[in-house]
Design a protein around this ligand. Structure first.
Ligand code: EPS
Length: 392
């Protein structure tokens, strides 16, 4: 894989760190390219108090000189402002695990004698660095006119009506309101639902969609499981904290239909360009991009930290005990959209680099321009009989 990255850091520790390796040399990159998405990740109705404390801003300490990437690993840091209120404090132990969080599973795995040790690293605070790395990958993809965006399509039981809205329109409206939903009427209902859930001391999840436009055909591969772009995208999405499902295009809806109602017909225009009359495959066939927009839908569970508490067991006493509330979000779905975009950008930048090779943007640009496309001219067929030719 051309791209590798690591993140490190605890939710309430001094800060977060990341290293991204594999970016080519010569990519113009500023802190603002990253901060724009960091700000988007901090904005969204349904957040708890933490987002008022943090003001995430990137510090780049390696791999970018004079405004251009050098091809060396890029090192990134973000400070946790909240750390100053934890620094000098004796920290109360947590011994009652929250169902749905990593409290119990982390303690079983690592032998922790205090559950905060799981919480600190399992926290979605870590997504700050995924967004930072994703923003660099988006900057790389923009060099090839590839855009990655997202929006909320369902929050709790409120489903947006997007049937008559083009992808371009959905994306143009994704920042119109504080729940990132392009359907204004649904957005209002979502807002009301979050307000109610706060009163009820409960939490909410939902569904968001991430879309890549401008991706060339031919990225990924059908030849092996770990090179399939659909598998890589779904894996990346469910690796995000609280994501429990992901589908390509209308995957689950397609499952209930007949083949004739599902598959995207291939048509050719007078210039010899092949295209599709629909995109139910979500831009991927055989684990390879088709050239249509890549669409991934992601299901987020409601956050497991609930103000009302949940039935659990105090591991220190062995007695049934409801969970104790730790400050958290009521609904983080709108803020998860930039995180999903980031993971998609990372996977697609990786797949594009795999296809192009090269160590600098200068080398990659002409290779991109020469890629085979969806044109009859690009696809000469021999149309003659042949043999397998194996000597067995
Ligand atoms: C989180 C709990 C909350 C969220 C946090 C994720 O943090 P705190 O307990 O400090 O209020 O706000 O998200 C972030 C800090 C962030 O930057 O997104 C959790 O338990 O996952």
């Amino acid at each position: 894989m051309p791209i590798r990255f690591f993140t490190a850091g605890e939710s309430h520790g001094p800060g977060l760190t990341a290293i991204l390796e594999g970016m080519p040399a010569g990519l113009p990159l500023t802190g603002e390219d990253i901060n724009r998405d960091l700000r988007r990740r901090q904005k969204g109705y349904g957040s708890g108090g933490r987002m008022q404390i943090e003001k995430d801003g990137i510090i780049i300490t390696a791999g970018v000189m004079n405004g251009l990437t050098t091809g060396a690993p890029i090192a990134l840091q973000v400070q946790n402002r909240d750390f100053k209120s934890w620094k000098e404090r004796d920290i109360r132990p947590i011994t009652t695990p929250r169902p749905g969080h990593a409290d119990l599973t982390g303690a079983v795995k690592y032998g922790y004698r205090e559950l905060r040790l799981s919480l600190e690293r399992a926290s979605a605070r870590e997504t700050t660095m995924r967004v930072a790395i994703g923003a660099i990958c988006k900057t790389f993809l923009r060099q090839f006119d590839i855009a990655v965006d997202g929006y909320v399509s369902q929050l709790g039981d409120v489903v947006a009506d997007l049937t008559d809205m083009s992808l371009d329109e959905r994306i143009a409206r994704n920042e119109d309101n504080d729940v990132r939903c392009p359907d204004a009427a649904a957005a209002e209902k979502m807002h009301t639902l979050i307000r109610q859930v706060k009163i009820d001391k409960d939490t909410l999840g939902g569904v968001f969609e991430v879309v890549a436009r401008g991706l060339p055909p031919g990225l990924g591969s059908h030849v092996h499981y770990d090179r399939k772009l659909d598998g890589r995208l779904v894996g990346a999405m469910v690796s995000i904290q609280a994501m429990k499902g992901a589908e390509i295009g209308s995957g689950f809806e397609n499952a209930g239909k007949r083949g004739s109602q599902v598959h995207d017909e291939i048509v050719v225009d007078e210039s010899g360009l092949l295209s599709r009359s629909s995109n139910r495959a979500g831009g991927l066939e055989g684990g390879i991009s088709t050239g249509e927009p890549v669409v991934v839908r992601v299901a987020m569970k409601p956050i497991s930290t609930m103000l009302r508490g949940a039935a659990s067991v105090d591991l220190a006493t062995g007695a049934a005990n409801p969970t104790v509330y730790e400050r958290s979000d009521f609904c983080a779905l709108p803020r998860a959209v930039p995180v999903g975009e980031a993971m998609m950008a990372i996977v697609l930048a990786d797949a594009l680099m795999e296809k192009l090779g090269g160590d600098s943007l200068e080398e990659m640009k002409p290779r991109f321009a020469a890629l085979r496309g969806n044109r009859l001219d690009d696809l000469p067929m021999d149309n003659v009989a042949w043999r397998f030719g194996y000597d067995v």
